[in-house]
Design a protein around this ligand. Structure first.
Ligand SMILES: Cc1cc2nc3c(=O)[nH]c(=O)nc-3n(C[C@H](O)[C@H](O)[C@H](O)COP(=O)(O)OP(=O)(O)OC[C@H]3O[C@@H](n4cnc5c(N)ncnc54)[C@H](O)[C@@H]3O)c2cc1C
Length: 296
């Protein structure tokens, strides 16, 4: 199907200009980033924006910036850039892993981290990776200035976030320790045709000098209502060496605790099996990276 007619198209060159366009166009306007999800939804007439505000010319919304204790990723950063950058090595490597596995080369060339988070499709990689890495999202509006929202609050449900209609996502901020001994990883198990994750898992592990786990984070995507974290993994691994048995126990606890759904792609039980098996492997990988001095 063709999209419903679009009455106006704007290509602002700054955040202020983008917000101004949105304020003037009102409820019928929508931002377009990579267009990978939005165009499909427009063609299916699930959404029928009257006005499109294209973010591709807004230079301020691109790229990464390291602060003393954080790494800021701007929303128009493409998957291919995230997959290639060395800035994510160590504690944030799960984000690079996730970006590298999204869709195919064309999708990775066009799609953006901000578009994925704002769309919050169930079968997507960025929400679970960003949840595991404890991101904070910075939203801007003409009326309200800026506000910071923790990812856990931002992700509300399928195609639903805490972003208000008058807000633009301008930054995704990750706590980025430069100390040694923190590693993270992401893997998905996807359908054969489009590769969208049936289940995607991210883990971050911190180890001390003796190789014992001091902290771990774990999150799962591909499940309803939205990506979810399971803190129990950190409790199970704390103070223990990284052994296959420990990872299997932690992932099994996550599979038991996290509610899963059945759909045309997989049963709820199959998703639980994936959380158990993929989860164990992702924890082992994050631990190996932490032990190899990832996070330096
Ligand atoms: C064939 C195919 C395979 C795919 N496989 C995967 C996969 O394996 N894993 C995966 O995670 N995803 C996959 N995707 C989805 C892909 O990741 C999309 O790129 C992503 O969901 C949306 O990003 P986008 O930049 O294209 O956003 P768009 O489609 O342009 O926008 C999505 C939504 O976000 C809003 N938006 C965008 N930027 C902002 C902003 N800065 N502030 C406020 N609102 C904003 C838009 O208004 C729109 O509502 C696939 C897509 C396709 C077509």
């Amino acid at each position: 199907m063709y999209p419903a007619p679009i009455e106006a198209y704007f290509a602002p060159r700054s955040i202020d200009e983008a917000l101004q366009c949105l304020a003037e166009a009102g409820d019928d306007a929508t931002f377009i980033a990579g267009g990978m999800s939005l165009m499909q939804a427009m063609k299916a007439r699930l959404v029928e924006p009257r006005v499109l505000i294209d973010l591709n010319e807004v230079e301020e919304l691109r790229g990464l910036a390291r602060g003393p204790r954080s790494l800021t990723v701007r929303p128009m950063t493409r998957y291919r850039e995230l997959a290639a950058t060395s800035a994510l090595h160590g504690a944030l490597q799960a984000l690079g892993d996730a970006a590298a596995t999204v869709g195919d080369r064309q999708v990775r060339n066009a799609g953006t981290i901000g578009g994925s988070l704002c769309w919050n499709y169930v079968a997507s990689c960025m929400p679970s990776a960003c949840l595991c890495l404890d991101a904070t999202l910075v939203l801007a509006s003409l009326a309200g200035g800026t506000r910071s929202v923790p990812i856990k609050t931002f992700l509300v449900g399928p195609l639903e976030t805490a972003r208000r209609d008058d807000e633009l996502l301008i930054e995704i901020v990750f706590p980025a320790s430069i100390r040694r001994g923190v590693g993270s990883a992401y893997r998905k198990y996807g359908g054969a045709v489009d590769g969208l994750p049936i289940v995607g898992i991210a883990a971050q592990v911190e180890v001390d000098e003796a190789g014992l786990c001091t902290h771990a984070r774990f999150s799962v995507g591909g499940i309803l209502p939205t990506a979810r974290a399971f803190d129990g993994v950190g409790e199970i691994l704390r103070g223990r060496p990284g052994t296959p048995a420990a990872f299997a126990e932690a992932a099994a606890a996550a599979a038991d605790a996290i509610e899963t759904q059945g759909d045309h792609l997989a049963s709820a039980g199959y998703r639980r099996v994936l959380i158990r098996t993929l989860g164990r492997d992702v924890l082992a990988e994050a631990h190996a990276r932490a032990s190899n001095g990832a996070g330096r």
